[in-house]
Design a protein around this ligand. Sequence first.
Ligand code: NI
Length: 139
Amino acid sequence: MAGITRFGVSIDSQLGKKFDEHIKRKGYSTRSEAIRDMIRDTLVEEQWEAGKQETVGTITIVYNHHTRELDHALTDMQHQSFHQIISALHVHLDAHNCLEVLVVKGKSHEIKKIADRLIGTKGVKHGKLTMTTTGKELE
Ligand code: NI
């Protein structure tokens, strides 16, 4: 770490009160830690938008494995993107529904494309891409 920078923040009292309530709900011990997390989140978002660096994320999908050809189509797509999909977790939620969590690594535009294809596949009930970071650029 390259030292600590301190800065004062002036905000409207109502907004400050809401922020303190938010911090309490989230279990932060200090305002500083909450602000640090918000800054990191913004920087990660920026990394994803810039699309230049290698980044990581997870794609979560829920689907009914009885849906005709769906299992096969999803597996096929994952094999096509084997460079980016570095790990997969499959959970049989009940007799019909499956949950899959895929760990993805690569350029953000590639990852977004893979997520859109998987989530947009007919029969996928719900899907979500969680964008995170390799952590290299963040303290
Ligand atoms: Ni299953």
